[in-house]
Each structure stands twice: as structure tokens, then as C-alpha cells.
Design a protein around this ligand. Structure first.
Ligand SMILES: NC(=O)c1ccc[n+]([C@@H]2O[C@H](COP(=O)([O-])OP(=O)(O)OC[C@H]3O[C@@H](n4cnc5c(N)ncnc54)[C@H](OP(=O)(O)O)[C@@H]3O)[C@@H](O)[C@H]2O)c1
Length: 215
């Protein structure tokens, strides 16, 4: 059971969650963009179970943290202070409010995937495509890849897996900094792949390349 709920954002949603949490006997640490002093009235209203802090402090204080700010500010969520925490994301993408976020307007990522990528703390995180017929199994594989340090990109069913097989745009080559030099025999090609340091391929790029595959 959550004992202390950290809130990053204390507006309509954050304030409401805080009221419900306090009524349930849970301590809350509220935060916003303007600083703890601007939350004095809300803290006073909520009583002894509530306090106000900076977003980083609220992140560290919570054994569960709710991120509930306008999505355009997602990259100011304190990723280092949220490392290892479960974060609940209430945020939605409203282009009129948040401006154009190309990965969202282009459909490459969901808003929560964008937030997750920020919180994963590694902008250079590489992704691998995953295909399968069982959603639960794919989720299990995605969790394993996450633990190993990779994002997973769901490219569909086993019937769709041709999209990531040899000769397709996403297969092997994008994970290298340059094209395989021409004129190498098989042994030389293998050596080149082994000796050449790889480069990360982010999830949106893996998705794009898998979509580009043609039969
Ligand atoms: N309202 C709804 O019915 C509803 C429903 C579902 C989801 N959502 C989503 O939930 C999120 C919050 O909605 P809301 O209605 O609660 O918004 P809101 O009333 O406008 O409150 C936003 C809160 O975020 C804080 N904030 C803004 N930038 C911040 C930053 N960089 N660091 C820390 N705090 C920051 C604001 O603090 P300051 O005031 O100090 O700037 C304010 O406390 C939005 O993404 C919204 O789309 C809303």
C-alpha cells in the first residue's frame, strides 16, 4: 500500500488526487512549477498528511509518484529523482495547448511512451523490434528487454515478422554507424560487424524502418 504519494503537478488533477489520497490516510507531497510556497493554501486545506516541495523532492519522497502536468513540460519531469519509481502518467496530448510534438502528431509514439523515454534517462536508448501472436508474451519480452537496457517496438504478429527479417530496412544495418564496405567476402563482412561499434537506434526509428519494409 502506498504510504507517501508524490505529486508533480497540483492543479485540477493533482489537487483532486491529493484530496482523495489524504482522505484515504495517505501522505502527499505536492509540487508545481511555481514553488512550494504557492501551494500553502492547498497544504493548509489538506492538513497534516500534506506538504509541499519542489518536483525533485516530491519525486524522491513518493513511493509512488503521479506526474500530472501539461504534456509540453514532460521533459522537465525530474528523471534522475524518479529513477526506479513507479510513475503514474495522467498526461494527455492536446496540440492546441502543448504545441506540435512531431512524434505524437506523426503517430510514432503515444504520449506515455514519450514520457517513459524521457524517464528512462537515456536519450540514446536503443530499441529492438518484437513480433508475436500473444500480447502477454510480447509484454513479457518487452519487460526483459527493458531490464537489459533496450526499448521494445511491437511490429505486429508472427505473420508480420517478415518486416524485420534479413534484407529489410531495420535488419542489422541501422545499428551500425556506416554501410558495410563493398567488396568484402563473408569472413571479412563478419569481422567488420564484430569489430565495428554499434550505434543506438531509438524506438521511433525502429518503427519507421519496420513500416518501410516491402515484400
Ligand atoms: N483536467 C482533466 O479533466 C484531465 C483529465 C485527464 C488528464 N488530464 C491531464 O492531466 C494533466 C494535468 O491536468 P490538470 O487539469 O490537472 O492541469 P492544470 O490544472 O493546468 O494543472 C497543471 C499543474 O502542473 C503544474 N506544472 C506545470 N508545469 C510544471 C513543471 N514543469 N513542473 C512541475 N509542475 C508543473 C502546474 O503548476 P503551476 O500552476 O505552478 O504552473 C499545475 O499545478 C494534463 O496533461 C491533462 O491533459 C487532465
Amino acid at each position: 500500500m502506498t504510504q507517501t504519494l508524490g505529486l508533480i503537478g497540483s492543479g485540477m488533477i493533482g489537487g483532486t488526487v491529493a484530496r482523495l489520497a489524504v482522505a484515504a490516510g495517505i501522505d502527499v507531497v505536492l509540487s508545481n512549477s511555481r514553488g512550494p510556497e504557492s501551494l500553502a493554501d492547498l497544504v493548509a486545506e489538506l492538513g497534516e498528511h500534506a506538504s509541499a516541495a519542489t518536483p525533485a523532492e516530491a519525486a524522491r519522497a513518493g513511493d509512488l509518484v503521479v506526474a500530472t502536468i501539461p504534456l509540453h513540460a514532460y521533459d522537465r519531469l525530474p528523471a534522475a529523482d524518479l529513477a526506479g519509481k513507479t510513475v503514474v502518467d495522467t498526461m494527455n496530448y492536446y496540440p492546441d495547448r502543448d504545441g506540435d510534438l512531431p512524434e505524437l502528431s506523426g503517430g510514432a509514439l503515444t504520449s506515455t511512451a514519450l514520457v517513459q523515454r524521457h524517464l528512462a534517462g537515456a536519450p540514446d536508448r536503443s530499441a529492438l523490434p518484437v513480433a508475436g501472436d500473444d500480447e502477454g508474451a510480447k509484454a513479457q519480452v518487452a519487460r526483459l528487454l527493458d531490464a537489459l537496457g533496450y526499448d521494445a517496438v511491437d511490429v505486429g504478429t508472427i505473420a508480420d515478422s517478415w518486416r524485420v527479417q534479413p534484407g529489410t530496412p531495420v535488419y542489422v544495418q541501422p545499428y551500425f554507424p556506416s554501410q558495410l564496405p563493398e567488396g568484402l567476402d563473408l569472413d571479412e563482412s563478419l569481422r567488420w560487424f564484430v569489430d565495428t561499434p554499434g550505434v543506438p537506434v531509438p524506438a521511433d526509428q525502429v518503427r519507421k524502418l519496420a513500416d518501410q519494409a516491402v515484400l
